[in-house]
Write a protein that binds this ligand. Structure first.
Ligand code: WQD
Length: 341
């Protein structure tokens, strides 16, 4: 059974990916520094798959501890690298935290594996690397534009570091997955998104407003050049996104890759406006959402949704869940965690 290291594996996307890896027959070891995740997520994963993943608490900023970890675990066939900070606003206020936590840790991990015979590396990237793309839907050869935030910049720099390293480290093969907007939770409601504090993202703010945790959702602007004036995004069910990681990993392990660094957009291919997401929520929850239109949020792009042709045809992956299914899973998760709070 091939052993896969999942860094940041107790996080939102990481935990859903661990479930899909175990279901696909991989042995998983998770490292996480618990800065934005709880060790209780291990129970959730085990309750779904019946297998408790190996877990070591490790902060990749601790270089010595990271070196010791890789010395101890020599038989890792692949790495799925989620460990990073990901709050756009926080990155503007604290850029050095993001450059240290998202870039220097990636370099440390690559230094440990660069001489390995054969290692598959899946990188968690983001559609933010495109900035405001000219053409919709966005394809992988859309130009990489000046990042809107240090967070987005760390994803661009991360991809460049991986591309340069994969060129010389003969054993290293990389796939970078550029996520659009992950939402929703596993159908078991044993794992899901656990935003700490006031959620920055739309969907957790919607469900927390509906459950009464937040007074009202503020919709950031309805004067954009879109059909209903609100911004458009590609909201993808987190389980569809998790499955894309397993398919990408298998592509590398089975040596089906064409080059040592490949990129895929992971989205549904459909754009939804903020008001359409609210309408979807009201449909699936059968309750009205309390929201108001306020000013635009600094840094928001008008529209971003994926051209999924490459992922569909070359990777052989396609998202299957609809927006309503994803919103219902998010709502069911919110109801469950508020009951157990
Ligand atoms: C979506 C839309 C907001 C909150 C970010 C990162 C991206 C990824 C996902 C990590 C926008 C509107 C939001 C609210 C609102 N993160 N909105 N009221 O900004 O597209 O993407 O999160 O990988 O990298 O950039 O997601 O959910 O914050 O916003 O009106 O309270 O919802 O203006 O149009 P975003 P989001």
């Amino acid at each position: 059974m091939k052993k896969i290291l999942v860094t940041g594996g107790l996080g939102y996307i990481g935990s859903h990916t661990v479930v899909e890896l175990q279901t696909a027959g991989f042995e998983v070891i998770i490292i996480d520094n618990l800065s934005n995740a709880s060790v209780k997520v291990l129970d959730g994963i085990e309750s779904i798959t019946g297998i408790r993943p190996e877990f070591e608490e490790l902060d990749l900023r601790d270089k010595q501890a990271t070196i010791s970890f890789f010395q101890k675990h020599q038989n890792i066939a692949g790495i799925i690298h989620f460990a990073a900070s990901k709050a756009v606003g926080e990155s503007v206020e604290n850029p050095l935290l993001y450059y240290e936590n998202n870039i220097s840790t990636l370099v440390t991990v690559l230094q440990q594996i660069q001489h390995q015979e054969n290692i598959a590396f899946i990188f968690s990237s983001s559609c933010t690397v495109y900035g405001q793309a000219e053409k919709m839907p966005i394809s992988e050869n859309a130009p990489i534009q000046q990042a809107f935030s240090p967070y987005g910049n760390t994803k661009q720099i991360g991809e460049e570091i991986l591309q340069d390293t994969a060129k010389i480290a003969k054993g290293l093969q990389v796939i970078s997955l550029r996520y659009f907007n992950p939402i929703g939770a596993h159908a078991s409601v044993a794992i899901g998104e656990l935003p700490d504090g006031v959620p920055q993202n739309l969907v957790p703010f919607i469900t927390q407003t509906a459950i009464g945790l937040r007074k009202q959702l503020a919709v950031f602007g309805n004067d954009y050049p879109t059909e209903d004036g609100t911004c458009i995004r590609d909201y993808i069910h987190v389980v569809d996104l998790a499955k894309a990681h397993v398919i990408a990993l298998k592509r590398l392990l089975n040596e089906q890759h064409e080059t040592s660094f490949e990129v895929f957009n992971i989205g549904t291919g459909t754009g939804s406006s903020v008001l359409e997401v609210i309408e979807s929520f009201e449909r699936v929850s059968q309750q009205k959402l309390n929201y108001k239109i306020v000013d635009r949020r600094e840094g928001d792009v008008i529209s971003a949704y994926a051209d999924t042709t490459k992922a569909n045809t070359i990777l052989g992956w396609k998202a299957t869940s609809t927006l309503d299914e994803a919103m219902l899973s998010a709502w069911q998760w919110e109801q469950k965690i508020r009951k157990t709070k």
